[in-house]
Design a protein around this ligand. Structure first.
Ligand code: GBH
Length: 479
């Protein structure tokens, strides 16, 4: 917030709300709160997010070698319909067009990821200049269009050549070398880096349930070691980026399990905070506290990770901003147990979007920001992902009227606005996603984009939600 303190901003909002309560002629109301919508703080960053393997295609071009996702997707039975990211949205070639889509939205920022196997095709060793040059071109195109790049250094496409994958401690070291190299190469034009996207997705789904690459189902002790290597990679990555790009801001994009109090009263609010800390003990809590909680070590017992000297200090390296990917809430209530909370299962009738896992509970935006703020006091929070899948259809005259996505976005941003209005330090929002893309194990069957992609022709068409988001960005408000 530039020229208003948080408290003043909160008061202004309260005053506007109070005004709206007094009897006023409808026309006067129309000119105040209603006309403005729920305004976000000045300078709020509005963006879109994507990830390399989900949009780029060009899987073996310019020296790129396979990632574990190429191998996984090409293994029969692993993805819906056997879909792969071989071609995806062809954004590797169409990045100028994608930049125009962002510009048409009025977006000020773009969160994109760099593909590790384009930069180090074998994971380590010699860098591949053709891969690096590609990202320099993409970044330059964004900058020329007035769009600030936010770069994710790892969004799950681990080079397949790395022996042992995340089971090997060496992968964390290789990651730090890669992260430091990319930061050095882009330091003159990129000022925001995220080390890693979502620990849970590539560790637990990759090595415990096997739903994601590399598709393993390991015993608990080995899974915990994988998780430890992942957060170690983050910590070493923070240090490597700082060494290469001292002026840059470094953070991560994590999807903690977010807890919403069943009722907003003191004891349940406290329970939500406790649950948030303890249920994220392997990842976010460890990163922000530089230690595993006693509860986690006790619960895991002999399966707890082996920790080398210096690991926890590296893992707890200070970050400049916290990125939160927020989709679905869990509900929690206070109880008399030692931990002080009980997770309340979702009702069978709880509504969800096209992906069943996207249970709709827009207050999750508020509680994500508030819980992490009260627990760890990060100076800057970005929502690095939020959005939904919808069963989009193209009408006879070529429109996509995704009113359900608009409903989802409007409600989630309304609750995010509440967090900003109460003075929590949320500074930006990146909508997942700019365009329909390869949705991991769901292949092309789930569409998350503001732009519809015809996967045969690669044609992009703005959906109704793109028009809605443009208007929100233009007004800096939810309307
Ligand atoms: C994000 O993950 C990812 O960062 C992004 O790449 C992805 O495209 C986007 O969300 C939309 O999915 O199949 O029942 O096991 C969000 C967290 C973790 C949610 C994996 C879905 C699989 C559920 N995701 N999870 S299931």
């Amino acid at each position: 917030m530039t020229d208003m303190t948080r408290r003043q901003f909160g008061k202004t909002v309260a005053a506007t709300a109070a005004l709206a309560n007094v009897a006023m002629p409808v026309s006067a109301l129309g000119q105040t709160a209603a006309a403005k919508g729920l305004e976000f703080p000045q300078g709020f960053v509005w963006g879109c997010a994507t990830a390399a393997y989900q949009i780029e295609g060009a899987a073996s071009e310019d020296g790129r070698k396979p990632s574990i996702w190429d191998v996984f997707a090409h293994t029969p039975g692993k993805t819906n319909n056997g879909d792969t990211g071989d071609v995806a949205d062809d954004s590797y070639h169409l990045f100028k067009e994608d930049t125009r889509l962002l510009k048409n939205l009025g977006a000020g920022a773009y969160r994109m990821s760099v593909s590790w196997p384009r930069i180090f095709p074998d994971g380590t060793g010699q860098p591949n200049p053709m891969g690096m040059d590609h990202y320099k071109r993409v970044v330059d195109e964004l900058l020329a269009s007035g769009i600030t790049p936010y770069i994710t250094l790892f969004h799950w496409d681990l080079p397949a050549a790395l022996k042992g994958g995340w089971q090997s401690r060496d992968t964390a070291l290789a990651y730090a070398d890669y992260a430091g190299f990319v930061a050095d190469q882009l330091a003159d034009r990129v000022h925001q880096f995220m080390t890693i996207n979502e620990f849970d997705s590539f560790t637990n789904l990759g090595y415990k349930t096997g739903k994601f690459a590399p598709g393993f189902q390991l015993p608990a002790a080995e899974v915990n070691q994988v998780r430890h290597h992942a957060i170690l990679a983050h910590g070493l990555g923070v240090q490597a980026v700082r060494a290469s790009a001292p002026a840059a801001q470094v953070g991560l994009a994590e999807n903690p399990t977010v807890f919403t109090p069943v009722i907003e009263d003191e004891k349940n609010i406290e329970a939500a905070r406790r649950a948030m800390r303890e249920e994220n003990a392997a990842f976010l809590t460890a990163v922000l506290e530089g230690k595993y909680t006693e509860g986690y070590l006790e619960r895991e017992g002999e399966n707890a990770p082996r920790i080398a000297a210096g690991d926890m200090q590296a893992i707890g390296s200070p970050i400049d901003f916290l990125g939160l990917n927020v989709y679905s809430p869990y509900y929690v209530r206070a109880d008399d147990s030692r931990q002080g909370y009980e997770i309340v299962p979702r009702q069978a009738s709880h509504p969800h979007m096209a992906s069943e896992w996207i249970a709709v509970g827009p207050e999750v935006m508020y509680w994500a920001v508030r819980n992490v703020s009260e627990l760890w006091h990060p100076r800057v929070i970005y929502i690095t992902e939020n959005g939904c899948s919808a069963d989009d259809v193209v009408t006879a005259d070529g429109r996509i009227e995704d009113t359900d996505r608009v409903m989802y976005l409007r409600n989630h941003l309304t609750h995010l606005h509440r967090a900003a209005a109460e003075g929590f330090p949320v500074k930006g929002y990146f909508l997942w996603s700019l365009l329909d893309n390869f949705e991991w194990a769901d292949g092309y069957s789930k569409r998350f984009g503001l732009h519809y992609v015809d996967f045969k022709t690669k044609k992009r068409t703005a959906k109704l939600s793109a028009d809605w988001y443009r208007e929100a960005i233009r007004r800096n408000a939810v309307v």
